[in-house]
Design a protein around this ligand. Structure first.
Ligand SMILES: [Zn+2]
Length: 93
């Protein structure tokens, strides 16, 4: 990336949100509808869209936590399998 004098590089520019901003308006981060935001930082076309987005986001976070728990379980099972494999490799006493 090269530094240009585009408005996005202004010191007070907000970090990029999920909403896609175009010259004709902002694309709602929830439903994808093009709308004219009343505030430059507005990411959603309506309150219900904002609620839907945050509900979905919460679900995704919950899924991530479950995946992390399952990954930890897989690691412990892999360690148990390695222990069994090495026990088998040593053979019966
Ligand atoms: Zn929307």
């Amino acid at each position: 990336m090269t530094v240009t004098d585009s408005p996005q590089n202004a010191p007070d520019a907000l970090p990029a949100a999920n909403a896609l901003q175009t010259p004709r308006g902002t694309v709602c981060a929830s439903c994808g509808t093009m709308f004219g935001p009343k505030r430059s930082w507005q990411r959603f076309c309506s309150g219900p869209c904002r609620r839907d987005f945050h509900r979905l986001h919460g679900t995704v976070s919950g899924a991530h936590r479950r995946i992390e728990a399952l990954e930890a379980e897989i690691k412990s099972l892999q360690a148990a399998v390695r222990g069994l494999v090495s026990a088998i490799a040593r053979g019966p006493k």
